[in-house]
Design a protein around this ligand. Structure first.
Ligand SMILES: *Cc1c(COP(=O)(O)O)cnc(C)c1O
Length: 223
């Protein structure tokens, strides 16, 4: 089942890329394994998954210990400061940096282990009070401050669109994140490239609007 689901998700990604006139290799798939068992993770790895995404550090550590460093682990969920020490040990990319304070702590912990931690800044493009993420009117100020830290490396941006029945509802938020990245690159003279946007319910729209990293759980493991 999981192998079949993965295949069909990959086909849907490829078709969205075609519609957007982009090569399919443009879009990286993060298989979100939160709530999935070790058996299920082994199944998705056997089927060729390249990146695993977890949203809790403790759960990720247990799985990492069972499965190993390969292929690649990403943190997609909110990170608390007291978990940063563990997070820098196992994740190659942290998608969910949503405050200056957590970025500082990641920098500090990365320095301790002699690493430069790749990360994405999570933006709350919908302005929803229930969501994590930095407000878009604060983002430039925060990016400037983050550029001063030596043990973190900002690769781009992440967002979670508001949940809706109709995935079209998410489109303006994805457009907003892409514009924000392009604006940042031109104003701050940076080369932020990653746009982590799109989940099971809305990844096709996200790809049409420029996503190059989709985070998919249910469509693979519960589809
Ligand atoms: C759970 C989760 C996903 C995957 O969501 P699905 O709807 O299961 O595809 C993606 N990103 C984050 C931050 C998540 O917590």
């Amino acid at each position: 089942m999981i192998a079949g689901n993965l295949k069909s998700v990959r086909q849907r990604i490829a078709r969205s890329c075609e519609r957007a006139l982009r090569p399919a290799e443009d879009v990286k798939l993060v298989c979100v394994t939160k709530g999935s068992s070790i058996e299920e993770i082994k199944e998705v790895l056997d089927a060729g998954a390249g990146i695993l995404g977890e949203n809790r550090v403790q759960e990720a550590i247990l799985k990492y210990n069972a499965i190993g460093k390969r292929p690649e682990w990403h943190l997609v969920g909110h990170l608390q400061t007291n978990k940063a020490r563990d997070a820098v040990k196992i994740f190659s990319l942290i998608h969910s940096v949503d405050s200056l304070r957590i970025a500082e702590e990641i920098d500090r912990q990365a320095k301790r282990v002699g690493k430069v931690q790749d990360l994405l800044v999570e933006v709350n493009v919908s302005g929803s009070i229930t969501k994590f993420g930095i407000r878009d009117d604060e983002i430039f100020d925060i990016l400037k401050r983050l550029s001063l830290y030596c043990n973190i490396n900002i690769k781009g941006f992440m967002t979670i669109a508001p949940e809706a029945q109709d995935p079209e509802f998410a489109r303006p938020y994805f457009i907003k994140l892409r514009q924000l990245r392009d604006e940042a690159n031109s104003m701050l003279n940076t080369q932020y490239s990653i746009l982590s946007m799109g989940m099971s319910g809305d990844f096709e729209i996200a790809i049409e609007e420029g996503s190059n990293m989709v985070r998919i759980g249910r469509a693979i493991f519960r589809g």
